[in-house]
Structure formats: C-alpha cells, structure tokens
Ligand binder design. Structure first.
Ligand code: GLU
Length: 563
C-alpha cells in the first residue's frame, strides 16, 4: 500500500511534519539534574485527595531541582468534562501550595490562559500537533485508519462484555479478538478512498508489533524493576473527531513539553506496554516514570480498601468545609509521601515543609493509608505553632463562610478573640486544642453569651450545697485585680473551709480524709463560668471575660442550683 498516499487521503489539511513540531518546541535549556514534571488532570470533577499526591510530588521534584512544573489540562473526553471544573481544580491546587510555572494558569479575571512556550496546554487545542504525528505514523506504516464507527465499536464492546460474562474460554476469545484485529488491518487503498469520499469517519489505530509472551524490563522509580509484556493491541491513537486518546496525547505531549518524570497514579501501570511502544514508534526518548500507589483507607471491618470518590476526605473541598488549614493537609501529605518526613520535622520544627529534602526513594511502593486521626494530630501541631493573630483571622474567615452566626461575633471584636486564642500559645509546650477551625466554637464559644449555656452539669457525686457554697464564697472574695497566685490562694481557702483538700499531695496521700480537692472546687467554678468541664486556664478566662460577666454567670448558676 502507498502509505504516503493514504496519509494524504486521511489528513489533507495537515501540512506540518514532526520536524516542524520539534522546531516549534525545542529541547529545554535547563541546568543538569533539573526535573520537568507535570500534573495532567482531566477536568471531570473535583480534586480528589489522591490527586494531591502526584501533584505534590511533581511540584516538589521540579521546584527542588530548579526545574519546571507544568499544568496540562487533559480535556480529550468531552463527554465527561464538567464545566468550570478546570478553573476549580487550579484554585484548589493553589490553596494547597501547588503552583505551576507553566501551563494553563488562571488569569486575574478567573479565566484559564496559556502561560509558557510549550502550549497550548489544553489538549483539546492541540489537534494539529497530534494529527501531525498520526499522519507521520501512517506514512511509516505504523498506524492505520479504521472506519468502524463509534456506534459500531460500542456495540461490539457490549457484545464482547456480554460474551465475557458467559464465556470462560479465554483462549478462544483471545483468538477471536486477534482475528477481528487482523481483519481490521486488512483493507485496500480503494476501500479507504471509498470511505473517505463517502465522508465516513475513521479512527487511527496503532499497528502493534508486540508479542505479549515477551517481556520488557522496566524500571519504575517507585515500584522498582518490573517486567511488562509487549503490547499486541491495535489501540486507538486518534478518535474520529481528531482528538487523541490518553495514550497518544501522553506520548506526544510529554515528549514535546520535555517532561523528564511522568508522575501518575498506578492505575496507569497496565497501560505502560502501550506507552513504551508509542515512544519507540515515534522515535521519542522514554521519560522516567513514577507510578504512585492508590490511597487506601480502613473500612469498618478493618480491611484496607481504596479511598473512593464518595468517601469522606476524598474531595478536597470537604477539607475547606471541615475547617482544615491547608498547611496541615500539606504536612500530612508529606508524612504519607516520605517515611522520614516526621523525623525531619521533629528536628526542624520551625521550617516549612518545602525545606524538607523530598526523596523519591523514601516513597511507599504500596498504598498509603488515609487516616483522619493522624491528620488531626498533624493539624493540632501545625495550628499550635501559629500566632494568635493568625488563628483569629483564619477561624473568623472560616466561620464567616461556614458558621456565620459564630463568624459575626468573632469579627465584631477581633482583639477580644485574639486574647482568647493567645491562651497557652507560644512557649515550648503550646496548647493543642484545635485540629480544625470548626473546633474553635466548642473550645471557646462560651466566651460569648450567644454560645454559652448555663446548665447544672455537675457530676452527681458532689453535694449541691457544697457547690453552691463554693460559688458563693468565690463571688464574695473575687477581685479582678488579684494576680494568679492570690486568686488561687483564695480558691484554696474555699477548699479548706468546705473540707476539701487545698494541698494536692495531702489529698493524694489520703483521699478518704477529704470530700474532694481544690481541683474540684476549681471545677465547680469552671462549670459555672464556662458551661464546660474542660476549659482553658480559668484565671485567664476570667481576666478576659471580665468581672461583671464572671460574677453574673456564677450568680446565675447559684440560682439554678436552687435554695
Ligand atoms: N489525565 C490523566 C488522569 O487524570 C493523567 C495521568 C497522567 O498524569 O499521565 O489520570
């Protein structure tokens, strides 16, 4: 067959050659060791927690090596595309510190525009580029057109699926598929001409020369040395609308964009034989690959399963709603990605995670386990190191959006809120009360009347008369000007008067000699003032809410406790 003639017949409008593309997108001039990585999402929905993995790795490897990090939008599947998803995706990624040097970037008006010399960065805009290479493969006899319509293909797939269900004779099935494929390869130039003249659509398929019995050795930077079978499937390169499949776009784009490391989910590992073949057919150098394991979670029965789209914690927007701060999520991701991150962090508590020397060799080859407890733990530490001003700002911002009633009271007096968040902050052992901004209200809402409720929540084992009397005594001696020691001496005096131990050592030595201890007296007062059994330092709480409110709450409790 005259392949040159066939190529012209199929692609009369494509005048460019691969060398034109090579000239248009020359090799990058980067220092030795600089890595070029890309994140290549399909704009079909939200950013999945699992998506932050490859993107964080790509970002770290590129920026740590003085390389380039690209965002490519893989919008070749128009049927699955969701409007606005790409814009949302870029914004979410940037919230999590994933910023790109090149690619589809949001401009000030919130629209996506190309930024860089290797674009367009939306695959749907790169038709001519793919078709140039497809035409070349046809010329070289490495690909061929297939005039089966999409409907026919779909029908076939349905039949195959049905067959698959009842057919256990795999060998016969494989042979049937092979025969079908060989039949497809068999056409005359006249037949092709007839189809084209009749305006029939066609897809372009690769002419596979692989033998699946043969294995190729391959080194994945995460999985290590593996063997992959050769590809023998004439898979589709270009769909009938001239849009490439993932496989073809991957080869062409990553070659022309100069990607050095392809970082992607391990679900692509089975497609590797196709990609190896494509790079060879196209004469491209194979990039390095890193296939990242799926994120797992434990189900109720304690079994590991994939973190699915519907699981809580899968959608990155959930984290915003739940009030996680992005810094904490980023740090948590680092602990999952590199086994030595926590150790490094313990030694460098004040350094940002971006200073950590990220190491491919420390990545887990099997799936990381997603775990909210661990995230909360990391998050508590991250928030405990923030300044009171910062926490106030962030809690207020979050609350204004997700808990407006609470947000409004915080925003009404930021200095007051800041005093509260300053309790136990700074110093070597800061308080760790908050894992999320949503934890703020249960922790400190009682400072505001709107979120304080008076309630007799005392444990049953204390006599109401003791509680009441402790409260009364406290109100009669309370002086806002007392320092913490004087204040506490007064509480101790109340303990002594009521037969409670003022000295904890004496109490521990013989608890039966007392009705309780000074800790219980403090608790009596705390429950009245804060409405809670546990609250930050009571002396400081009173200083912040002021004498009037302190006393009125205690008096109200005395009334509730009755005569
Ligand atoms: N669009 C592909 C995906 O979302 C990209 C995979 C890759 O990084 O090559 O899975």
């Amino acid at each position: 067959m005259d392949n040159n003639y066939l190529a012209e017949l199929l692609f009369p409008n494509i005048k460019t050659l691969p060398e034109d593309m090579e000239a248009r997108f020359p090799a990058r001039n980067l220092p030795e060791g600089a890595k070029v990585t890309r994140f290549a999402p399909s704009p079909t929905g939200f950013v999945h927690f699992g998506g932050l993995f490859p993107s964080t790795v790509g970002e770290r490897l590129a920026h740590q090596s003085g390389g380039v990090f690209i965002l490519r939008i893989e919008d070749t599947d128009a049927k699955r595309e969701v409007e606005g998803a790409a814009e949302g995706l870029i914004k979410t990624l940037s919230t999590y510190g994933i910023n790109f040097d090149e690619g589809a970037i949001l401009d000030e008006s919130g629209k996506i525009s190309d930024h860089g010399a290797y674009g367009p960065y939306k695959q749907s805009m790169r038709g001519e580029i793919y078709q140039t290479y497809a035409k070349q493969l046809i010329r070289e006899g490495k690909a061929y057109p297939c005039f089966t319509t999409e409907e026919e293909l779909e029908e076939l797939a349905q039949v195959n699926k049905k067959e698959e269900l009842k057919n256990t004779d795999w060998q016969a099935e494989a042979e049937a598929r092979r025969a079908e494929m060989l039949a497809r390869r068999n056409f005359t130039i006249e037949e092709a001409e007839e189809h084209i003249t009749a305006g029939h659509l066609f897809v372009v398929r690769i002419l596979a020369d692989g033998d699946p019995e043969k294995k190729t050795k391959f080194t994945d930077l995460i999985k290590g040395n593996i063997e992959v079978p050769e590809n023998d499937e004439d898979f589709v390169l270009l769909k009938s609308d001239g849009i490439p499949t993932y496989h073809f776009a991957h080869a062409v784009d990553d070659h022309l964009m100069g990607t050095t490391h392809v970082i992607r989910g391990e679900e692509w590992l089975p497609s590797l034989p196709k990609h190896i073949m494509l790079f060879r057919y196209l004469g491209f150098r194979l990039p390095k690959y890193m296939h990242i394991a799926q994120i797992m979670k434990l189900d109720e029965a304690g079994n590991k399963k994939k973190l699915s789209k519907r699981d809580m914690g899968a959608n990155m927007d959930d984290y915003t709603r739940m009030g996680y701060c992005p810094e904490a999520v980023c740090e948590y991701i680092m602990t999952l990605l590199n086994s030595n991150y926590e150790e490094w962090h313990a030694q460098n508590p004040d350094k940002p995670y971006t200073d950590f020397p990220f190491n491919i060799k420390k990545m887990s080859t099997s799936g990381c386990l997603f775990d909210f407890d661990k995230l909360n733990d990391v998050s508590k530490n991250v928030i405990s190191r923030m300044s009171a001003e910062d926490v106030t700002k962030k809690v207020t911002e979050w609350a204004l959006e997700f808990d407006p009633a609470f947000g409004k009271v915080l925003a009404a007096d930021p200095a007051f809120a800041e005093k509260i968040f300053a309790i136990g902050r700074g110093g070597k052992k800061p308080r760790k009360d908050l894992s999320t901004w949503a934890d703020a209200k249960p922790y400190m809402g009682f400072f505001y009347d709107a979120f304080y409720a008076i309630e007799d929540a005392y444990p049953e084992n204390f006599m109401k008369t003791d509680i009441k009397s402790a409260l009364e005594k406290f109100t009669s001696t309370y002086d806002e000007a007392d320092d913490m020691n004087v204040w506490f001496d007064k509480v101790k005096a109340i303990a002594d008067q009521l037969g409670y131990a003022s000295d904890m050592k004496a109490y521990k030595a013989d608890p039966t000699a007392f009705k309780g201890s000074v800790a219980d007296i403090s608790m009596f007062i705390r429950v009245a003032v804060t409405g809670k059994m546990n609250a930050p330092d009571l002396y400081t709480v009173m200083q912040i809410i002021g004498k009037e409110k302190t006393l009125s709450r205690i008096n109200a409790m005395i009334t509730v406790l009755g005569a």
